[in-house]
Each structure stands twice: as structure tokens, then as C-alpha cells.
Design a protein around this ligand. Structure first.
Ligand SMILES: NC(=O)c1ccc[n+]([C@@H]2O[C@H](COP(=O)([O-])OP(=O)(O)OC[C@H]3O[C@@H](n4cnc5c(N)ncnc54)[C@H](OP(=O)(O)O)[C@@H]3O)[C@@H](O)[C@H]2O)c1
Length: 218
């Protein structure tokens, strides 16, 4: 949607073939960079190189994330969630924000989750998203103090029908296009935070106020 809207985009992820396929399909000659955010030092260097290759950027969207649903609590899975959703996220958010400070302007968008509002069965994932939202609010604080036109946006999606949601029989799962349209709208309006789709604001509020015993039974 950004590419179709006239942006020259830089696409990042681990799957090179998919990046190349998108590069050939999208307008405005997108650039690509194969980055695994879990490998933070390499990821920061590659992200900086991509910014240079693009001749600078004014919008960074951090969407990479993983979740693992398991009745058990395997350490290796928790570790992977923390490496990608916490360490990987922070490496890129920190680098992007410092770049925007230096440049004097910019817009950073982080994709958190409704699960950020409370701990849950998908233990590490919920905790990782609470970290993401808290870190983004910290950056909003810093942007305000800097007095520079830097915007930081925290997007909290509910369920979206992407590969992450596959096979989980989730309720109210939004089609990816609808979620993306709403995220685009939030980006254009430079809002500080938003639930996607909008109805998830109500769910978040209910999760927050639900008494423990009722919540644990849900
Ligand atoms: N789907 C939902 O219901 C839902 C709900 C709330 C929040 N979210 C959040 O929305 C964001 C996008 O998720 P999605 O639903 O689009 O899931 P998805 O289809 O599984 O996509 C995950 C994306 O993250 C990238 N990624 C994963 N690990 C990475 C790594 N180590 N380094 C770089 N990129 C990595 C993947 O690209 P590669 O595999 O090519 O690296 C892929 O583009 C995530 O942060 C997720 O937590 C999703």
C-alpha cells in the first residue's frame, strides 16, 4: 500500500526469495535487504546500510514478530520470542529513533498487539508486546522532549488473518487488507496509538478490567 501510494519502500525480512518477488511486483523500485533481527549487531549494520542506500528515510515500520502457542512452556520457544520481539525490535527501534533525532524529523511505527495489555497463556508473546508498547511510549516521551517533529506510533492489532493466525480458529480475525488499510490511515494521521481493527479497543478495555478469576477461565 505504501509503494502504491507513491512511497519508495525498503523491504526487510529473512526470506530473500519473497523479498525479490515483492521487489519485482511493486511499483517505485523498492529496495530489499535480507535481515534477521534476532542477530542484532548484523541487523543494525544492515538496517543502517539500507537507510544509506535509500538516501535517507522518513518512515520506519517495525512489523517483524513471532509467536508460539503451547500448553507447555519450552524455554527455547520463549527465548526465540524474546530474541525477535524484544531484542530484534529494540535494535531497530533504537537505531531508527536515533537516526530520526540526528535527521531532525521522522516517523517510527511499531506493531505491538492487544495482548500487550495483560499477561496471558501465550506468556512470552504477551510479555514481549507489553515491552514493545512500553518502549514505544518511552520513545514518544523522548520525541516530545526533543521538540523535533518526530512521531512514534504504537499499533495494537487484535487478530489478523495472516500466517501467524493460521490454524488457530480465532474470532474477529480481520482480513490483512483491512488491517493494513487501517494502519495506513493511522500512519497518515500520525496518531500516537491505535487498535486495529478499531473494535479491539473494546476487547482491550474488557481484558484490562476483567477480574482475575474470570480472566483465568477465559
Ligand atoms: N496476525 C495477528 O493476529 C497479529 C495480532 C497482533 C499482532 N500481530 C503482530 O503483527 C506483526 C506482523 O505479524 P503477521 O501477523 O504479519 O505475522 P506473519 O505473517 O507471521 O509475519 C511475520 C513477519 O515477521 C518477519 N520476521 C519474523 N521473524 C523475523 C526475524 N527474525 N527477522 C526479520 N523479520 C522477521 C517475517 O518475515 P521473514 O519470515 O521473511 O523473516 C514476516 O514478514 C507481528 O509483530 C505480530 O506480532 C499479529
Amino acid at each position: 500500500m505504501l509503494a502504491a501510494g507513491g512511497y519508495r519502500v525498503g523491504l526487510v525480512g529473512r526470506r530473500r526469495e519473497l523479498l525479490e518477488e515483492m521487489q519485482s511486483r511493486l511499483p517505485n523500485q523498492p529496495l530489499i535487504s535480507q535481515i534477521d533481527v534476532a542477530d542484532t549487531d548484523t541487523a543494525i549494520a544492515a538496517f543502517r546500510a539500507l537507510i544509506d542506500e535509500m538516501g535517507g528515510v522518513d518512515l520506519v515500520v517495525i512489523s517483524s514478530g513471532v509467536d508460539f502457542v503451547s500448553r507447555d512452556l519450552p524455554w527455547e520457544k520463549d527465548k526465540m520470542v524474546i530474541q525477535v520481539n524484544v531484542l530484534g525490535f529494540t535494535a531497530i527501534a533504537n537505531t531508527a529513533f536515533n537516526y530520526f533525532l540526528e535527521q531532525g524529523s521522522g516517523h517510527l511505527v511499531g506493531i505491538s498487539s492487544v495482548t500487550a495489555v495483560r499477561g496471558g497463556l501465550v506468556t512470552a508473546y504477551n510479555a514481549s508486546k507489553a515491552f514493545v508498547s512500553s518502549y514505544l511510549e518511552g520513545l514518544q516521551f523522548r520525541a516530545f522532549k526533543s521538540k523535533k517533529p518526530i512521531t512514534v506510533t504504537d499499533i495494537k492489532p487484535g487478530y489478523v488473518d495472516t500466517p501467524m493466525a493460521e490454524g488457530k480458529h480465532l474470532f474477529w480475525a480481520a482480513p490483512p487488507d483491512k488491517a493494513a488499510e487501517q494502519i495506513m490511515d493511522v500512519i497518515k494521521k500520525k496518531k500516537s496509538h491505535a487498535y486495529v481493527t478499531r473494535r479491539w479497543r473494546l476487547v482491550a478495555w474488557m481484558i484490562k478490567i476483567m477480574p482475575r478469576k474470570l480472566y483465568y477461565k477465559s
